[in-house]
Design a protein around this ligand. Structure first.
Ligand code: BG6
Length: 487
């Protein structure tokens, strides 16, 4: 087991994020022997429980959300937890917390991690109270927050300023859980550990790049948040943009957090600003109507509980970006994401250019398809599509896929949160978002947000269970560009 000496406080320990992601991730780390032996976890919540009440709740959540849940690990896992009944708007709760975290005479753990698994509107009140209770810039205190980091450029800047009033940038861990996904990290290895790949990774060979995150589920019970956010803020500005930076960045001088993050920021800064007058050429949005997903009838977005009447919030967005640097100038990056689509898949599809010579013109080969590199984040796979000659007398070609899918049977599968939680405990910030990344990602999408903010009376729809609106090809540069749904 790791001997990382820290303690953990989860605000919002009974909320959605904690139940579905954090508690199962901690449990899996425990079962895998990766949780520090001495790790103390304080679950902070409003419910009037004693430790037994918390343990019953924890048991129920793990049974529901943890994979391979085994009751015999539970008792040991439970020993890490203490339940703290408290109210985030009440200063006395923080005084109590302080007494628990720094008992007089006891040896202090090296680091204290505050995980804010709470509504974004509560971030600042909690940060102020923590700071007021003496947890601030002076010690090894780490604050973990989840997106959304603001809801536009301006609010993100304000949020950041308020955070920095109490904590230093190096104490703030901004999570984008996509960076914890194995295959997203594999992008770095794929690119920078393979000379053959890196040599063709540029505008001379690549025609365009597509990044897709498709979800089959709807908004579940999150209308309150989602109806204000929409797909652009919820997914594209963060998860898809992060994947884009890893595909497009230059090799960093080292794997140190700031080396990596400097390169990612350079990509974001090189994205061509979308002119106000041309937003429709770069981005389109739509909303799901009723339809059938996996043979089940589902209601349209407008009929979901909690959604405002006549809401024009987008549940689908497709956008195009150009990175104006030596490597990528002229190569469109197409990004799309949507809810209630035909399947849950996340992928990066990279299409190469056509061969420069029509060597097979005089044969029965009518057309040679370009090569593709196809990376699927979910389910994980990595393939290269090439053309080969069909066996036989005729000169015909067909595509085959070289499959580099890499997980061998029985190899450990880590959830994104498990990797990220370990990193927070170890103080490794490489996979966390620095504020300038947030800022530049907002700058990139800001013209779209502003333009859509003015168009409040109409939104295109697509049937639930489809691959989104046909009009999504509208933003593409060439007639032979199409969204690749099947890998
Ligand atoms: C979250 C979004 O950040 O990511 C959700 O708020 C979305 O709307 C989720 O469903 C998707 O994550 P994953 O890992 O299931 O692709």
């Amino acid at each position: 087991m790791s001997d990382c000496n820290c303690q953990f406080v989860i605000f919002g320990a009974t909320g959605d994020l904690a139940c579905k992601k954090l508690l199962p991730a901690l449990y899996h780390l425990h079962c895998a022997g990766r949780m520090p032996d001495e790790l103390r976890i304080l679950a902070f919540g409003r419910r009037p429980w004693d430790d037994k009440g918390w343990q019953d709740f924890l048991h129920e959540q793990l049974e529901t959300y943890a994979s391979n849940y085994q009751a015999d690990h539970f008792a040991d896992f439970c020993k890490h937890f203490e339940y703290v009944r408290g109210e985030i708007h009440e200063p006395e709760s923080f005084v109590r917390l302080r007494a628990l975290l720094t008992p007089e005479g006891a040896e202090r753990p090296a680091g204290t991690i505050f995980y804010l698994a709470i509504r974004p509107t509560d971030f600042i009140p909690v940060v102020q109270r923590l700071s007021g209770a003496g947890f601030n810039q002076e010690g090894d205190y780490r604050i973990v927050i989840e997106k959304p980091f603001g809801d536009d450029l301006e609010s993100a800047m304000q949020l950041n300023e308020q955070l920095h009033n109490h904590f230093r940038e190096d104490q703030i861990y901004r999570i984008d859980h996509y960076l914890g996904k194995e295959i997203v990290q594999n992008l770095l290895v794929f690119r920078f550990a393979n000379l053959a790949i890196e040599a063709i990774w540029n505008r001379n060979y690549i025609d365009h790049v597509q990044i897709t995150v498709a979800e089959d589920m709807g908004i579940e019970n999150r209308a309150g948040y989602y109806d204000q956010a929409g797909a652009l803020r919820d997914m594209l500005q963060n998860h898809l943009m992060q994947v884009l930076t890893l595909i497009a960045m230059e090799p960093p001088p080292s794997l140190e957090a700031d080396s990596l993050r400097d390169e990612k920021v350079k990509v974001l800064r090189s994205i061509r600003p979308i002119p106000k007058s041309a937003v429709t050429a770069y981005a389109m949005r739509a909303q799901y109507g009723p339809g059938v997903v996996h043979d089940k009838h589902v209601p349209g977005y407008q009929d979901e509980a909690g959604v405002e009447v006549n809401s024009v919030t987008e549940t689908y967005v497709a956008a195009k970006f150009y990175i104006d640097n030596w490597r990528w100038r002229g190569v469109p990056f197409y990004l799309r994401t949507g809810k209630r689509l035909a399947a849950k898949t996340s992928s990066v599809a990279i299409r190469f250019r056509h061969t420069p010579q029509q060597l097979f013109r005089e044969t029965s080969i009518e057309r040679i398809e370009p090569n593709w590199i196809l990376l699927s984040l979910e389910p994980e796979s990595l393939k290269i599509e090439i053309q080969i000659k069909e066996p036989g007398l005729e000169m015909r070609v067909r595509p085959v896929q070289l499959n580099a899918s890499y997980r061998k049977d029985g190899e450990q599968e880590l959830d994104a949160y498990e990797a990220l939680l370990l990193d927070v405990m170890e103080g490794d910030k490489a996979l966390f978002i620095r504020f300038d990344e947030v800022e530049w990602a907002w700058r990139v999408v800001d013209p779209i947000i502003k333009s859509w903010g003015r168009e409040t009376d109409y939104i295109l729809t697509y049937p639930a269970g489809s691959w989104g609106p046909d009009e999504a090809t509208r933003i593409m540069d060439k007639e032979d560009h199409y969204w690749r749904n099947q890998l």
